[in-house]
Design a protein around this ligand. Structure first.
Ligand code: ARG
Length: 472
């Protein structure tokens, strides 16, 4: 930084080269420590360089800086991008953040033109742009990851469209459903999650660059050109808003929290299903871990970690919301605290989605165990009540009552409904005949629920086909 450096007190480091003009002393070590963000915002390096290249090209095209200076800046920034990608870049805490680290290195590479890059720009619009680009990239990656999960679920659903399992309410056996239907429930959730990220992307895709510190600039910049160069739909229309808001990140975290909540529920089911008590499905060795003391154990650690990730993701959402709450317009340094929660949540969601898709691909349902469990707990009682309505013309409320008495009789004999002798049934309702047994089997029960969106294998196959077409 040579010439620009101001001397601090003897023996202390020089004042900051970027804004040292009105400063005589170097910052206290604690000032540097609390102020520096380079430890984490180095993750914005690629976006920062892309933003600067677009800005420099625009400054050149608008003749705000000389064309050869714009070219020199671009060449220097390209070299810095390579250095950072190769791990050859010395990040400096004294240079505070990614923006000043890049600019300082640019000065070393290209000399005087580097000082012209910051014309008509501020770190305020710069960081807002970098962060939007970063969140946008991760939004795209999340959408792709959700589609991979959906495809894994669709394959499970297809293969298990006829496999009968218990459906639960209150975690008590309720009615037979199909494995395919259960998998498709998560497809619907993942699809809405994907759409939430898509919606957020559309709203966030406006470019803050050129808002400068807060008020815009007197230079004849072309904000539409920089917005287009960076893949934004348009520039942000209000410079104060452009540098102040982080709602795009809050929206990302909000969508991430809902998505992680869905993953958590799915993971919980994988945990339950792989217990000795349930034995509904098995995760292979690739997605299980052993115990250091109990040789018999196979633990679903990946599922448990997916179940847990929502904790830190919701934590990030709360953290960013509290940081933003009550901040006056425009930029305040509080907003430097926006990044770490978002980085952490994005990483957590990425691994959770990948692990969830991996487990769904790995999962092997046990059709025998599922069918056995589906038959337990009088799961076809509703089918019996429906039969009384359909065949005997009973009002449903009365049928419900009669079925309750039949369940009580079965319970007293220690049998399930399909095994309750006809005499015992007729003791409760004399008009019942043997044709009732046809609706008491779990497979018939599932097949009969063919209303739109119901659990019948045909319905499940139709939904699988619809989603496959939508994803291709
Ligand atoms: N590192 C800062 C951040 O992340 C960049 C913006 C600094 N702007 C300022 N006016 N001090 O928010």
């Amino acid at each position: 930084m040579g010439e620009d450096r101001r001397e601090g007190k003897p023996g202390e480091p020089a004042a900051n080269a970027m804004w040292g003009g009105r400063f005589e002393q170097a910052p206290d070590a604690l000032m540097t420590a609390i102020n520096a963000s380079i430890g984490f915002d180095r993750r914005l390096a690629a976006q920062d360089i892309a933003g600067s290249r677009a800005h420099a090209a625009m400054l050149g095209a608008q003749k705000i800086i000389a064309a050869e200076d714009a070219r020199a800046i671009d060449r220097g920034l390209a070299q810095i991008a390579d250095e950072i990608a190769a791990g050859d870049f010395a990040f400096s805490e004294a240079l505070e953040d990614i923006h000043m680290n890049v600019e300082a290195r640019l000065a070393e590479i290209v000399g005087e033109p580097a000082g012209r890059l910051h014309t008509a720009r501020s770190r305020n619009d710069q960081v807002a742009t970098d962060f939007r680009l970063w969140v946008r990239d991760r939004t795209d990656a999340t959408i792709a990851a959700l589609e991979r999960l959906m495809r894994a679920l669709l394959d499970q659903a297809d293969a298990g469209a006829d496999v009968v399992m218990p459906g639960f309410t209150h975690l008590q056996v309720a009615q037979p459903v199909t494995w395919g239907h259960h998998m498709m429930a998560y497809v619907e959730m993942a699809a809405r999650d994907r759409d939430r990220f898509r919606d957020a992307r559309a709203r966030m895709n406006e470019c803050p660059l050129g808002a400068a510190a807060l008020a815009g600039t007197s230079f004849a910049i072309d904000r539409h050109a920089t917005a287009a160069a960076l893949g934004f739909d348009r520039p942000c229309a209000n410079s104060l808003d452009a540098v102040s808001d982080r709602d795009f990140a809050m929206e990302f975290l909000s969508a991430a929290t809902i998505c992680a909540t869905h993953l958590s529920r799915m993971a919980e089911e994988l945990v339950l299903w792989s217990t000795a008590q349930f034995r509904f499905a098995r995760l292979s060795d690739s997605f299980s871990t052993g115990s250091s003391i109990m040789p018999q154990k196979r633990n679903p650690d990946a599922a448990e970690l997916v179940r847990a990730k929502v904790g830190r993701i919701l934590g990030a959402q709360v953290a960013l919301t509290v940081v933003m709450k009550g901040l006056p317009l425009a930029y305040s340094k509080d907003m430097q605290e926006d990044k770490e929660p978002v980085f952490d949540a994005a990483d957590a969601l990425e691994i959770a989605l990948a692990a969830a898709a991996g487990m769904v691909r790995d999962l092997k349902p046990d059709p025998e165990a599922l069918k056995r469990a589906a038959a337990q707990g009088f799961s076809t009682a509703t089918d019996l009540a429906d039969w009384l309505v359909r065949v005997l013309g009973m009002p449903f409320r009365q049928a419900h009552h009669v079925t309750g008495a039949l369940v009580k009789a079965a319970e007293a004999q220690g049998v399930d409904l399909p095994d309750l002798p006809i005499e015992a049934m007729q003791a409760v309702e004399p008009r019942i005949d043997a044709s009732v047994y046809a609706v008491l089997g779990v497979e018939n029960s599932a097949r009969s629920r063919s209303s739109y969106g119901g659990t019948a294998p045909d319905q499940v196959r139709a939904q699988v086909a619809r989603w496959r077409a939508a994803l291709s």
